[in-house]
Design a protein around this ligand. Structure first.
Ligand SMILES: [Fe+2]
Ligand SMILES: [Fe+2]
Length: 275
C-alpha cells in the first residue's frame, strides 16, 4: 500500500468548498463565489442542473439562481459530483472498464439517494455523493497497483470470489479501506468517508450507520438491476441489519428498483462528463 504515491488530488475548488463548509461564519453566497471562480466547473454544474435528471421546466442560467432554486447543499453536491468525474476522467488501466465502472457508481449514487429519501434518512443530502464515491478505491487499485489488480481480476474469475475478497487475498486490504484513505486525504466529511469505508460491512458501521446501510443496499440494487459493473459477477445477499433498518419486503424492493430505473434513465448528463 505504501507504494501508492501520487494519489489524485482534489481540485482546489472542492478543497475551498470544504473549507467554507467547516467555517461557521460562511454562507451560501460564499460557496457560489467559489464555484463561479472555476469556469469549467460552473458550466458542468449548470449542465447537470438543467439536465433531465432534475427536470426543471425553465433553464437555470447562473449558479446564484441554481442555489436559490435547488438550495446550497444540493448545488455543492452537484459541483462535487462533477469534480469527482473530472478528477478520474481518462483513468485507464488494463482490465478496468471505466464506462461500466461509472455506470455502476452512478446507479449506486441514484439508488442510495432513492433509499435515503424513501426512508426519510437524516443524511439524504449526502446520499448521492456517498454512493458515487463508494467504490472509488477500485480505481486507485486499478490505476496504481496494476499487477495486483490483474491478479485480483484473475482470482475473481478463477476462484469465483467477490472483488472485495480477492482484494483482501491479493493485497491484504480492500477497496473500501483504500477509498477511506483517499477520502481522509481529501479531507472529506466523515459522513462521506464512513459509508465508503463500511459499505460491504454495514453491520460493523459505528458512525453514519443509516447512510452506510443505504449505500450497501444501493450497491446491491444497482447490481441486481444489472446497471454498469463494478467488477463483480455475484450479488451479495442483503444483510439482516439492512433488511431490518429499511423494513424491506419484496414489494418495497420492487418499488425502490422502479425508482432507481427511473433515475438512471434520466441521468445521461452525468455520464457525458466522463466521456
Ligand atoms: Fe464496493
Ligand atoms: Fe459497488
Amino acid at each position: 500500500m505504501e507504494e501508492i504515491q501520487n494519489l489524485p488530488t482534489l481540485p482546489t475548488v472542492i478543497q475551498k468548498i470544504h473549507e467554507i463548509l467547516r467555517d461557521p461564519t460562511a454562507n451560501a453566497a460564499d460557496v457560489g463565489d467559489v464555484i463561479r471562480q472555476d469556469a469549467s466547473l460552473t458550466s458542468k454544474t449548470l449542465k447537470l442542473v438543467n439536465s433531465a435528471f432534475y427536470g426543471f421546466p425553465k433553464k437555470i442560467n447562473s449558479i446564484t439562481r441554481a442555489i436559490v432554486i435547488l438550495g446550497f447543499n444540493k448545488i455543492k453536491n452537484i459541483a462535487l459530483s462533477a469534480s469527482i468525474f473530472e478528477t478520474f476522467r481518462g483513468v485507464t488501466a488494463r482490465g478496468f472498464d471505466a464506462k461500466r465502472f461509472w455506470e455502476h457508481s452512478l446507479a449506486v449514487a441514484i439508488a442510495t439517494e432513492v433509499v435515503a429519501k424513501d426512508s426519510g434518512l437524516e443524511e439524504q443530502e449526502d446520499a448521492f455523493v456517498a454512493g458515487l464515491l463508494h467504490d472509488i478505491g477500485k480505481i486507485i487499485i486499478a490505476a496504481h497497483l496494476k499487477n495486483e489488480f490483474l491478479a485480483i481480476l484473475k482470482s475473481v474469475e478463477e476462484e469465483g470470489l467477490l472483488m472485495v475478497e480477492a482484494e483482501e487475498k491479493v493485497l491484504g486490504a480492500n477497496h473500501a479501506l483504500i477509498g477511506k484513505w483517499l477520502g481522509e486525504k481529501w479531507k472529506f466529511p466523515d459522513g462521506l468517508v464512513a459509508p465508503t469505508a463500511r459499505h460491504h460491512q454495514p453491520r460493523l458501521a459505528r458512525e453514519f450507520r443509516d447512510l452506510t446501510c443505504a449505500v450497501n443496499l444501493g450497491d446491491i440494487l444497482a447490481r441486481a438491476l444489472g446497471i454498469g459493473n463494478g467488477g463483480d459477477r455475484g450479488i451479495p445477499a442483503i444483510d439482516g441489519v439492512v433488511w431490518d433498518r429499511f423494513d424491506l419486503s419484496t414489494a418495497r424492493i420492487e418499488k425502490l428498483c422502479d425508482a432507481v430505473l427511473d433515475g438512471t434513465d434520466r441521468a445521461g448528463a452525468f455520464l457525458e462528463l466522463i466521456r
